[in-house]
Write a protein that binds this ligand. Structure first.
Ligand code: SF4
Ligand code: SF4
Length: 339
């Protein structure tokens, strides 16, 4: 079973990790069984976040009566030193005395990066938590590759987390080599591009065959968890069939897949374009919780203000039909609510 050293943290993780978004969608008992099964299979890195509603809590429950060593990674969206209080909440939910890796979650722009790194910013809060022995290592996650490049060059972080799949392979060009050069551990999220790619085999073999990274596909059912593990355990060289499927899926999504790069911003109506472009997969991932999460419903309502001014369109490097997709996704969401 291949292990990957997570840079200067010196943590050794099984090449296949696990992400805690999908277990929000099932009931608590099933969630706990899936997490325990995943650990029994041999996964030893679990990633979650304060923002994933009950995910930390469920992992905490699952870890009771488990004797295996598991690397815990979580994260918070708080941008000030008050993130220190979030660390305490994570410790409580996860029912542990120490968390191995605490990430600044989704730092999506240079402005946000400056904010978290400023005096009294979130980075300071995490340093305090690390000095007090509440966490071991500090990481950063982002969908924005230039932000990760800056973070890597400045050398404050021990791990990074980037999106990586065959639909968004760009992190392999600069971010992974920079991380290697700076001895920073790499976790990668969204191997199925947030649910857009439905075939596990080619998607997982693509990310697993990239050296030096730990992909963290989530799973909410035993079937899915076993399927992912089997792909890993059987070896992950891309087959000719995989390559063909990858090319076909890439062609299919070329003009409809938002890479969450935010190059289309700023929106004149302050709409979170990438969120609304990916609404279908977000709803799929968060299930019924979307309606309960005010920050999500606020983002959806704001998107209704799109004036179709068209300012975002030429900024999208992938020429996505943004206004058309916003309308389409809102109509889809309204329809779903009626059901
Ligand atoms: S077209 Fe809509 S989404 Fe694009 S900038 Fe204008 S208001 Fe924002
Ligand atoms: S719409 Fe285009 S520019 Fe905006 S986040 Fe998506 S891929 Fe990037």
């Amino acid at each position: 079973m291949e292990k990957v050293r997570l840079g200067k943290t010196n943590l050794m993780a099984t090449k296949l990790g696990w992400g805690g978004i999908p277990i929000q969608r099932v009931d608590e008992r099933d969630a706990v069984s899936v997490i325990r099964a995943v650990i029994e299979m041999g996964v030893d890195l679990l990633d979650t976040a304060r923002a994933y509603t009950n995910s930390e809590h469920r992992i905490g429950l699952a870890l009771q009566k488990i004797n295996r060593r598991v690397i815990l990674s979580t994260k918070s969206l708080v941008r000030t030193a008050k993130i220190y209080n979030e660390v305490h909440e994570s410790l409580k939910q996860l029912r542990v005395k120490k968390i191995n890796i605490y990430h600044l979650h989704g730092v999506s722009s240079f402005e946000e990066y400056e904010k978290v790194m400023a005096p009294e910013g979130a980075y300071e809060g995490l340093i305090r938590a690390r000095d007090e022995g509440l966490i071991d290592h500090i990481g950063i996650t982002s969908h924005n590759l230039p932000v990760l490049e800056k973070a890597l060059m400045e050398g404050h972080f021990e791990t990074i987390m980037a999106c990586y799949s065959f639909l968004e392979p760009e992190a392999a060009q600069k971010v992974f080599p920079l991380a290697k050069q700076n001895d920073v551990g790499v976790l990668t999220m969204k191997p199925f591009s947030g649910g857009v790619i439905e075939e596990a085999g080619p998607a997982l073999r693509f990310v697993l065959s990239t050296p030096g990274i730990v992909p963290i596909p989530g799973s909410e059912t035993l079937e899915r968890a076993s399927e992912n593990w089997k792909v890993f355990a059987r070896g992950y060289t891309l087959t000719e069939h995989d390559k063909e499927r990858i090319e076909n899926i890439k062609k299919e999504f070329h003009q409809r897949f938002c890479r969450r790069c935010d190059y289309c911003q700023p929106c004149t109506e302050k709409i979170n374009i990438q969120f609304i472009m990916g609404l279908k997969t977000i709803v799929k991932r968060f299930g019924g919780h979307v309606q309960e999460l005010k920050w999500m419903t606020d983002l959806i309502e704001r998107a209704r203000n799109c004036s179709e001014c068209g300012e975002c369109l030429p900024r999208c490097p992938y020429q996505l039909p943004i206004t058309e997709m916003i309308k389409e996704n809102l109509a889809w969401f309204d329809n779903l609510r009626k059901q």
